[in-house]
Design a protein around this ligand. Sequence first.
Ligand code: ASP
Length: 357
Amino acid sequence: MLRQKFAHYFLALATLLCVVAGAHAQQKLPNITILATGGTIAGTGATSTTTVGYTAATVGVQQLIQAVPELSKIANVKGEQVFQIASESMTNEHWLTLGKRVNALLAQNDVDGIVITHGTDTMEETAYFLNLVVKSRKPVVLVGAMRPSTALSADGPINLYNAVVVAGSRDAIGKGVMVAMNDQIHSARDVTKTNTSTPDSFRTAELGLMGYIQGGKAFFYRTSTRKHTVDTEFDIANLTALPQVDIVYGYANMNTVALDALVAAGAKGIIHAGVGDGSLAARVKPGLIAARKKGTIIVRASRVGQGILARNGEANDDELDFVAADTLSPQKARILLMLALTRTNSTADIQRMFYTY
Ligand code: ASP
């Protein structure tokens, strides 16, 4: 009788412990906020085989979350719709709004990480902007999809799941802003979209990706050596606009029409996306020199996509008072120059930033 009673109490106690442990495990899930901005991940097409010619940015954040019920097993997820746009329409103002919202959320004790759903066209730019202005070591992960939500084998749901895995991973803390696409983790600084439409579009070619997501876990192998987030000198808290910086693209038979128009329109900085190692065409160089004399900062970048833009290589930057973009793509050089111009007009200082970030 006594034995039976003991067994009964034991069972009750064990059940109680299990319930408490379960609740505890639930509590210990990371708190991840998903900020939705639109893009193909939130896109819809006419049929399940429509993978081009669909409409981006139609599905809301709650629907995106509901499409992946597995999320509740790995994180306490909250959603917030920040914008609903295709990312080709992203502007500096959108970035400032997003950056401020990310900083406000990450300052809260009840937010452990952020996932940003985003169109893929300018995802690398938004990621790099945030990499320079987020003031937290907590993970920030951008994610999108190459196929709309209505497509056969839509990549959005698994990409979103993987992004939440990364954002909730302790190993992701302090690694800067990341992009999670196609089971891979990339650093914001070095990742680029490389294919117009395939799901393996996002690559960090020669410098290498950071890691993988497999079986609901993030695995890291390398990080960028460049400074980011809490270690940058940029602060957007009081900014309502960014200086105008534009890109001129290099090609055979290039002329100065676009350059002259941009300078006349008030560009504070020009990124010259030159051919090769940022070579300056004979008939463009005088225009760049004239622009610099008027005060416009000239950054030499390359349209090639890989490699270091050699300072004093194809042009004597010391003499011309130009800046070399190092390994940054023209579109990312534009972002760094805009932020640099919020701090200084000194080309020496700006060059230092291009070797730091
Ligand atoms: N045009 C879309 C966008 O960037 C493409 C995509 O999301 O894949 O919003």
